[in-house]
Design a protein around this ligand. Structure first.
Ligand SMILES: [Zn+2]
Length: 426
């Protein structure tokens, strides 16, 4: 049975709104409600799914449509069902009501990334309902815990259930949105992401009484070190891909601006500062958590060496957690197909390879040998820049831009798995 395109749009939009209304704020996550919702929706259309819990209420849903065994590597369509917390006072509308206003659906997760859960659900169930047989397995994963390090989500699946999700190709976040540079319009296709190196830095000095001031206290030393870190940018390390991307965009390499500078080298940001326990005691220790990010080609050792050169020999370092950077070639059949479908659906726009300064689940899928891209297509108007919506107050998604993205996404996935668009949709 072919699905009328209007029905597909309606189903995707309803699923998106339903999912926004399921509060999966992480922490604590509670992604089980989203996994159950998706499993029920898939079951209604005759599609089986498996739910793997990594802990109570931390659920990961996986479903697979078998291909015709032509030896092509499977494609994994992945999304995460958890969302970051909200500060309700900063929102103009409730964050979990999926209200419609100004042409947008409002709510936490509208953009990051329940929109793709909904797209994946519709593409998967449409293939199943049409009875189409792809030329490779198509796997859908809707995972927990991406916003808090993925231990209960993608990392859990990769380490504990790799057979469920092993694929040659992955479509996941973050990419596919419109950016405007001058009078030109681009769509970002994420091919690279930075790694992270989280370091606890500690300094010590003799404690004392607060009534007897001294210069050499732990807090004083820490203040000087933080000033140094904040005032000393880590050195530029422009990867060949970034150089090509920036040149294509016409961004000057020596003055890239705040959007691109974090992609052009390692960075370090102090995030949690601790010292002291009593108002009249000079503490003997002060510590800070440093959020370090590494570009492809760098590792924790090279990062720590550069950090050491900034702060000098005294402070103690302790590695809290690390994950490597990741980069996939844009010279693949899937990337070329993405570019072709995006540009065909928005004439005049250009699809470009993109690096994100943050981290995604692609890190973990890459360990299983997959070529991973961030591609959640959505057409954004200039007054709604992606950066202000992603994890921001008043997160919302333009409804027409979502429908546009659903169409592009369905075209890419179906073509890549050898199924004609009009074999599935009418
Ligand atoms: Zn996300």
């Amino acid at each position: 049975m072919r699905i009328p395109w209007q029905t597909a749009k309606d189903e995707a939009f309803k699923a998106l709104r339903d999912l926004i209304r399921l509060d999966t704020t992480n922490p604590p996550g509670n992604e089980r409600i989203a996994a159950d919702y998706l499993a029920e929706a898939m079951g209604r259309h005759g599609l089986d799914s498996t739910i793997k819990e990594s802990a109570p209420t931390r659920a990961n849903l996986v479903s697979r449509i078998k291909g015709n065994n032509t030896g092509n590597a499977p494609i994994l369509l992945s999304s995460h069902t958890d969302v970051v917390p909200v500060e309700p006072a900063g929102w103009s509308r409730p964050a979990f009501a999926a209200e419609i206003a100004d042409g947008c659906v409002w709510g936490r997760g509208a953009l990051d990334m329940k929109s793709k859960c909904a797209m994946d659900l519709v593409v998967m169930t449409a293939i199943a309902r049409a009875g189409a047989v792809p030329n490779r397995d198509v796997i859908m994963a809707a995972v927990a815990d991406e916003e808090a390090g993925s231990d209960h989500g993608a990392r859990f699946l990769v380490e504990r259930h790799p057979e469920l999700i092993r694929a040659g190709w992955v479509l996941n976040e973050v990419g596919g949105f419109t950016i405007y540079m001058g009078d030109r319009r681009y769509y970002t296709i994420q091919i690279a992401e930075k790694g992270f190196v989280t370091v606890k830095m500690t300094v010590n000095a003799p404690p004392g009484h607060g009534s007897m001031p001294r210069r050499d206290t732990a807090i004083g030393k820490m203040a000087a070190l933080l000033t140094k870190i904040t005032n000393t940018p880590m050195s530029m390390r422009v990867t060949p891909f970034m150089k090509k991307m920036l040149t294509e965009l016409g961004v000057p390499l020596d003055n890239p601006g705040p959007l691109f500078r974090p992609m052009m080298g390692n960075t370090v940001t102090p995030t949690i500062l601790r010292a002291g326990y009593k108002d009249n005691v000079i503490p003997g220790e002060a510590s800070v958590i440093l959020d370090g990010r590494t570009v492809p080609g760098e590792d924790p050792e090279s990062f720590v060496a550069e950090l050491r050169s900034i702060v000098g020999p005294e402070p103690k370092f302790e590695l809290v957690k690390t994950a490597p950077p990741a980069e996939t070639s844009p010279e693949t059949e899937l990337f070329k197909l993405i570019r072709e479908r995006v540009e065909a659906n928005d004439p005049g726009a250009h699809a470009i390879p993109w690096m994100i300064p943050g981290a995604t689940d692609n890190k973990f899928y890459g360990k299983l040998g997959a070529q991973c891209y961030g591609f959640v297509p959505v057409k954004l108007e200039p007054h709604l820049p992606f950066g202000s919506l992603f994890h921001g107050n008043d997160e919302r998604l333009p409804i027409e831009g979502f429908y546009w993205g659903l169409r592009v996404y369905a075209e890419v996935v179906l073509k890549f798995v050898g199924v004609k668009f009009d074999e599935v949709f009418a």
